[in-house]
Design a protein around this ligand. Structure first.
Ligand code: CTP
Ligand code: MG
Length: 254
C-alpha cells in the first residue's frame, strides 16, 4: 500500500431482507442489544485508517433515525462517529446501485481515483479487524484490488435446472472443489476501477464480479466462515453467538 492513498468504506444497507421474512429489514433487527447495522458499523469504525464510512440507506428509510441514531452516541469517542460516519439516502433497487451511490458521494467529497473503496455488507456483523487488515495488507499495491473469500471445503454439486417446486432437486454433476472460492465481503478496490465496473455492469451481484467483467483479476484473500451474511431466520442466532465470542477477545478502544 502506498502511503498517499486513502481508504473509505461503503456499507450498502438499502435492502429489504426478503429472505429473512421479518417485520423489519434485517439490518435493523435487534442484535446483542442494538440494531444489527450498529454492530457492523462498529467493527469498521474500530479500524482507524478507514477515514470515512458511507452507509447507504433506501431513500424512504424509516428506521435509521429512530433505531440507530440513539445508539451512535454510545459508541466509543475513539470511533469519531461525527467526523467519520456519513449517511447516504440514495440506495437503489439493486445492491450495485446502492454501492454506486456511496462511491459517488465519496468521490464528490474528495476521494480520488487511486484511493481504496472497501465495500462491506451491512448484514455481516461478525467481520473482525484482523480480516480487514489481512485484506488491506494482501491487496497491497495492486492496481485492481481484491476480496475476502473462503476456499470451498465441502464437495460441490451442481443441480439440474429445477423444474417443479414440489420435487427435490437432483445432482447433475460434481465439481472439483480445488479452485472453488466462496465470495464474501469486504471487497477492496481502487475507486476508479470500481466506479467504472459498476457503471458498466450494474447487474453484478458483488463488486468483484463487475471488476472481473472489465477483464481484471481481483486477488482472493482467505477469510473465515464466521464472517457469515445474515440471510435466513436461523442465521441471526448463530451470528449473535459468534459476535459475542469475538467481542470477548477484541481489545478495548477509547
Ligand atoms: N443491499 C442494498 N441495496 C439493495 C439490495 C441490497 O444496499 N437494493 C444491501 C443489503 O442491505 C445488505 C447487502 O446489500 O446489507 C447484501 O444484500 P442481501 O444480503 O441480499 O440483503 P437483502 O437484499 O436486503 O436481502 P434479500 O436478498 O433476502 O431481500
Ligand atoms: Mg438481496
Amino acid at each position: 500500500m502506498t502511503t498517499h492513498t486513502r481508504t473509505f468504506a461503503v456499507i450498502p444497507a438499502a435492502g429489504i431482507g426478503a429472505r429473512m421474512s421479518a417485520a423489519l429489514p434485517k439490518q435493523y433487527l435487534p442484535f446483542a442489544g442494538a440494531p444489527l447495522l450498529v454492530r457492523t458499523l462498529s467493527r469498521l469504525l474500530r479500524v482507524g485508517w478507514i477515514e470515512r464510512c458511507y452507509v447507504v440507506l433506501a431513500p424512504d428509510d424509516r428506521y435509521w433515525d429512530t433505531l440507530v441514531t440513539p445508539h451512535l452516541a454510545q459508541l466509543p469517542p475513539a470511533f469519531a462517529v461525527a467526523e467519520r460516519l456519513r449517511v447516504v439516502r440514495l440506495g437503489g433497487t439493486t445492491r450495485a446501485h446502492s454501492v454506486r451511490a456511496g462511491l459517488r458521494v465519496a468521490h464528490a467529497e474528495g476521494f480520488g481515483d487511486d484511493d481504496w473503496a472497501l465495500v462491506h455488507d451491512a448484514a455481516r456483523p461478525c467481520l473482525t479487524p484482523e480480516t480487514i487488515e489481512h485484506l488491506h495488507g494482501s491487496v497491497g499495491n495492486s492496481n485492481v484490488g481484491g476480496l475476502i473469500a473462503i476456499p470451498a471445503t465441502d464437495t460441490v454439486k451442481v443441480a439440474t435446472p429445477h423444474t417443479s417446486p414440489n420435487s427435490f432437486p437432483v445432482v447433475e454433476r460434481t465439481v472439483p472443489r480445488e479452485r472453488i472460492w466462496l465470495a464474501q465481503t469486504p471487497q477492496l478496490f481502487r475507486l476508479a476501477v470500481l466506479r467504472q465496473a459498476l457503471d458498466r455492469f450494474p447487474d453484478a451481484t458483488d463488486e468483484a464480479s463487475a471488476v472481473e467483467r472489465l477483464g481484471l483479476q481481483p486477488i482472493l484473500v482467505k477469510g473465515h466462515w464466521s464472517n457469515l451474511k445474515v440471510t435466513l431466520p436461523g442465521d441471526l442466532e448463530l451470528a449473535q453467538a459468534i459476535w459475542s465470542l469475538q467481542e470477548d477477545s477484541l481489545s478495548d478502544v477509547g
